[in-house]
Every structure is written in C-alpha cells, then in structure tokens.
Design a protein around this ligand. Structure first.
Ligand code: G6P
Ligand code: MG
Length: 213
C-alpha cells in the first residue's frame, strides 16, 4: 500500500492549530517591548524554535538584550502559552489528522513526531493522541532547530527506518527544508507557492492519501 516504512509528522499546523496561541503569546510579549507584531510576522515564526523566534522579534527592538533578559522573556512567553494550551482537547485536532494517523497505522508503517516545540508532549496529551506515535522526539535534546535536518534524522533513527524510506509531513517552509535535507520525501500542508521545496502539497490532512505518494 505504501513505498514508505515510516511517516514522521510535525505537530503545530499539521495535527493541531497552535499557531493562534503562539500568536497571542508572542504578540503580548512583543508589544511589552514596544515591537509591533501582527499575523504576517507570526507566519515567519512557524516551525522556528522559541529562542529563534524571540531573536526575530527582538531584531525590531531599538535596544539590545542580555542573554539573561532574553531567557526571562522567553520564559514569560512560554508561561502565557502554557496557560492558553491548558484548555486544549481533542476538539483542537485539525480535520483529517486522526484519520491520517490511523491510515498509517493500518498500513503497518511506523509513526514518529518531529516538533521543535518543548510543549509537544503536553499538547499530544491534551489532544489525547500520545499513544498513536511509536516515537516522539524530545525537542530538549535537539541542538539545531529546523531547517537543520537533525530532528527528522533523530526520529528516523529511533524508529529504525532509513531516511529514504520516510515520508515527512510539514506546514512550515523551515520544516520542509529540514525534511528535504534529511533525504526524505516531503509532504507539505499548505500552499504550493509557499512550500516550493515540498514533493507534494495538500491543503490539509483531510486530503492525505498514503498510497499516492
Ligand atoms: C513549533 C511552532 C513554533 C514554535 C516552536 C517552539 O515549531 O511552529 O511557532 O515557536 O514550535 O515551541 P515551544 O512550545 O517550544 O515554545
Ligand atoms: Mg508546523
């Protein structure tokens, strides 16, 4: 049914839409520092890890920040984000997500999660889908965020599958780049004009068709 042996999913924007919660938390933080923040800017942060996102926001600030100040700001944003995601439940699953996971499982492939979010385990618990994954990368042990291939290669290694036999699923430009530099097939979720490096782009997991890739 499939030429792949594993499917490795991103979380935010693929399985659930946490981008809005990240948006609210980053906006409050940016504005507390006098930095304008809108939806267009938030798009640039998709798939980028917490400190990388903070650096992009503070690049528009008129002042400079010590490493300690940056850590305090990142912690404040994260506390706010954690308050927002505390109310998440299975109703926050994106359409087609559970069906896609179940299709992959029925086809006998391994299933991994490669999110740079340090809140990924909490979000999976809230969504009630933790047990659908054979391996979830702990973002805390990843040295280089997307677009570096490290996180997808780590998932493949732990699943015991060669990168060439993996299908990676991503909604962010940086994430697709990470999949491609890992030597995997990239399924993009979004728009082909944006995800130009992806091998195939679909609008959402509602269109997921494992046999077609
Ligand atoms: C995902 C999101 C990013 C977020 C990153 C880190 O990649 O797309 O917007 O910045 O995770 O999330 P965290 O929960 O660790 O702050
Ligand atoms: Mg994403």
């Amino acid at each position: 049914m499939s030429r792949f042996k594993a499917v490795i999913f991103d979380l935010d924007g693929v399985i659930t839409d946490t981008a809005h919660y990240h948006y609210l938390a980053w906006k409050q933080l940016a504005e507390s520092q006098g930095v304008h923040f809108d939806h267009a800017f938030n798009e640039n942060l998709k798939g980028i890890d917490r400190m990388g996102s903070l650096d992009l926001i503070l690049a528009s600030s008129s002042r400079t920040y010590t490493p300690e100040e940056k850590l305090a700001l990142a912690d404040a944003k994260n506390l706010h984000y954690q308050e927002l995601i505390a109310t998440m439940s299975s109703k926050d699953l994106l359409p087609g997500a559970v069906e896609a996971l179940d299709t992959v499982r029925r086809a006998g492939l391994r299933i991994g999660l490669a999110s740079v979010s340090k809140n990924a385990f909490t979000v999976l618990e809230r969504l009630g889908i933790t047990d659908k994954f054979d391996y979830v990368v702990d973002a805390a042990i990843i040295a280089r965020g997307k677009p570096d291939p490290e996180i997808f290669l780590k998932a493949a290694r732990e699943l015991g599958v060669a990168p060439a036999d993996c299908l990676g699923v991503e909604d962010a430009v940086a994430g697709v780049a990470s999949i491609k530099s890992a030597g995997m097939f990239a399924l993009g979720i979004g728009h082909p004009f944006v995800l130009t490096e992806a091998d195939v782009v679909i609008t959402s997991l509602k269109e997921f068709n494992l046999a077609a890739y």
